[in-house]
Design a protein around this ligand. Structure first.
Ligand code: ATP
Length: 235
């Protein structure tokens, strides 16, 4: 389980997260959504142990996010390009396999083929969308309990987005893994989501099981619109 206990994260003067508390249970696909600058990437970076909290605690299976052992539990796909551009796709896969004991090369090959990437292609010649596919491949190929994807679908052609969203779920074993995704593509991702966490101005605006949203006769976008309307009335 991932727990945020009264977490504040302040960058110089700005509070990206402000006294946030929530728990994310294991074995789920969780969408972390909200407007630009609301604090989604900061939340993922805290879980990945890349940032320290200003106040409060982030715990992953009871262990502090800044404990070095966190890297054995969490695979994090950043928004940034972090793959050496002069590698071929195949060399990039070999490199990450050499860096992580939990990297499953066979699974990486399967995901590459699903993503329609050729091993001979040079990383620097890949389009933005294909670089994203490669980063997703590298992250999903790790056998770790928590997979974090930061904006994995940006740059992907809208025509293939839904197919990729549904396909990538095949590569996550929800018996042993959880998938947490930040995204603005809510409609495309909704079919695979178990739970949604909405962040607004560094606060949790809503946290709900998708099944419960559907029981109320709404979809995720409709539910979010209602949340935003309610908060605007109170602002
Ligand atoms: N390294 C940093 N230094 C200063 N401010 C930062 C830094 N990183 C993020 N911020 C600020 O913190 C706030 C939250 O940023 P964050 O990247 O977490 O938002 P986000 O919800 O992921 O946004 P987006 O959807 O645009 O990616 C923003 O106001 C952002 O400008």
């Amino acid at each position: 389980m991932i727990s945020f206990e009264n977490v504040t994260k302040q960058y110089i003067k700005h509070k990206a997260l402000n006294d946030v508390t929530f728990n994310l249970e294991n074995g789920k696909v969780i969408g972390l959504v909200g407007e630009n600058g609301s604090g989604k990437s900061t939340t993922l970076k805290l879980i990945a142990g890349l940032l320290r909290t200003t106040k409060g605690k982030v715990l992953v299976d009871g262990q502090s996010n800044v404990d070095r052992k966190i890297s054995y539990s969490v695979a994090y796909m950043s928004e940034l390009d972090h793959v050496y551009p002069f590698f071929t796709v195949g060399e990039a896969i070999d490199f990450f396999a050499s860096q992580y004991n939990d990297f499953n090369q066979e699974k990486a090959e399967e995901i590459l083929s699903f993503m329609k990437l050729q091993k001979e292609q040079k990383v620097k010649t890949l389009s933005k969308g294909n670089k994203g596919r490669l980063k997703m491949t590298i992250t999903l190929a790790r056998n770790v309990p928590y997979i974090l994807l930061d904006e994995p679908f940006s740059g992907l052609d809208p025509m293939v987005r839904s197919a990729i969203v549904k396909g990538l779920i095949r590569f996550v074993d929800l018996e042993t893994q959880s998938l947490i995704i930040t995204t603005h593509e809510i409609k495309e991702i909704e079919p695979v989501l178990d739970e949604v966490l909405v962040i607004r101005d560094g606060k949790v605006l809503g946290h709900q099981l998708v099944d419960d949203i559907r029981c109320d006769g709404k979809d995720v976008v409709g539910w979010m619109e209602q949340l935003y309307e309610e908060v605007q009335i109170h602002d």
